[in-house]
Design a protein around this ligand. Sequence first.
Ligand SMILES: Cc1cc2nc3c(=O)[nH]c(=O)nc-3n(C[C@H](O)[C@H](O)[C@H](O)COP(=O)(O)OP(=O)(O)OC[C@H]3O[C@@H](n4cnc5c(N)ncnc54)[C@H](O)[C@@H]3O)c2cc1C
Length: 546
Amino acid sequence: MVRAFLVPWLIMTSASIDFSGLPGADLTDDGGRPLRARLLVTADIAATVAAAVAAGWAVMPAGGLTSAIGSYDYDAEVAAGFEGVVAIRPKGAMAADIVDPATSLEVLKSNQVAIQAERGLVSAGAGLTVTQVNTALAEVVGPNVRVLPDLTSIGSAFVGGVLATGGMGPLRLAPSATLDALCLADGGAPRVLTGDAIADVEGMQGWTGMVAAARFRFYQVPAGEFGLVLPVQGSDVDTVAGLLSYLRKWTRVTLPEAGGRLSGEGGETVLNGIELVSRDSLDVFIAHAEDPARSKAEGLLQSCEYAGADMLACLTGWSELSIDDVLMSLLDPETETIGGVGIDFGVGFSSGAEMETFRAIREGAPDLARTRARVVQPGGLKPWSTSTDVNMVMPADASAAVAVLEAYADYRGAIRSLARELAGAVEVELSAYGHLSPVGIDPHHRVTLFVPEGGEAALAGARHAVAANKRTLIHDLLFAAERHGATVSGGEKGAPSLVEIARAAGGEGRLPDNLRLGIRRARAAVMAAPASFAFRAPRELRTEPE
Ligand SMILES: Cc1cc2nc3c(=O)[nH]c(=O)nc-3n(C[C@H](O)[C@H](O)[C@H](O)COP(=O)(O)OP(=O)(O)OC[C@H]3O[C@@H](n4cnc5c(N)ncnc54)[C@H](O)[C@@H]3O)c2cc1C
């Protein structure tokens, strides 16, 4: 029956596209790795995907290309059975094309949004950025209305890519937490998935099909934004854990009905991020930044010096209160500290231009670390880089955070001794930044190795040592979670993070139940998906475990 319905449509679409005649993609991901594929940009994803699958082509859905984990790599032998590999990229826009609110997800084009204001829902095509969706909402519904995916790349990653990676920002909410439905194209007629079925797509990197559009619930947020930077000593894990435990209630948001007003357990002030920036990364940032961000960053560095701190805890949030009143509301009146951290050297930022400078500093450090990792210096080999990504949900008791922060402090210690050991042969750069929120602690630690030309053997040895230390870290985090009642929920790279954690644990049989089930579910989804999509998945997910 289904075949009889599909065939005329497939014949019509496949006849109109000459895939062999398409140009090479000539695109790279954020890590500088090229996409080995031909490229087709289209606003009509479902019909194009169906045509590619019917013509025997393997499909690599492409998004904003902001991911740097080798997502577009594939095994040439596995792809050999296809006519070729085509990267299908949704057509984007300078601004979202706002269409009739009643437009269904199946027919929405990749550059369109349909806003059902009374229902609190917005449907967005896969080629738009989250920022573009929020701009359309501001235009149609109001200025303080938004969808909640908050990756720091929301201005450049595409809606389809964000769902495919399961990316999370400082708020630590998976896209599915506020997703009403998505539309999947995998060769047949487009399918709308809701509820539990979304897990077969979220975080699956496009190995089970291509996201054509998504419908999100949107929310009202308090009008004002603020930032507060507190210098902390990273090795003083008790103090940092105390701070996180104290701030916990402000980080827990209750999601209201679609279209409703967001609030947290801490009342009108919602902390939408506690982010870590290490002093090392701030130093590198200052060397490359321009004013006004540079002079503001120099001020923060001075605060670190006065406070004897090596890290900055960067708090951000929404509130109707002024930054001074936010500070007073976060202050513990008994100790006159914020969770044990003195505020004497803290720096506050208010809405508007100040917050832009604040974000430039907070995001500048990781941006620079990523850029340095992909640029080949004259006379040097291509740098090698790896970053940690283990997301953990903390219980109220601070002991779990202490154990987790100790594991990261040990990792930093191990990398610093490696740097000393290899000095002269390999330059080892460590940059720590990322998420400290108790609802999702995932402080990324990026290690990048630089060697001069001819240093291949030294690079291989150093890679091996860093990878071994990273495995130890993951192992320690799993152990800390088990002992202290924390939950390792995976990582913000979806299935690839799960696979990495399983490898470090020594096999999926050694994972906690939730992760083991997650891997099994991912495998079942990959094995049920059309081969045209599943060909890029890691071997562990394409075959049953031995
Ligand atoms: C400056 C910067 C900040 C970042 N901040 C964060 C952050 O805060 N949190 C975070 O989690 N990540 C972050 N990232 C990483 C990256 O932005 C995210 O992984 C993002 O979700 C990738 O989206 P994209 O559209 O660029 O996808 P791409 O990089 O193009 O693709 C990533 C993967 O998704 C697949 N894919 C793409 N589009 C589709 C589709 N329509 N259907 C199915 N599969 C698809 C691709 O095949 C690929 O496997 C950041 C990156 C940068 C450069």
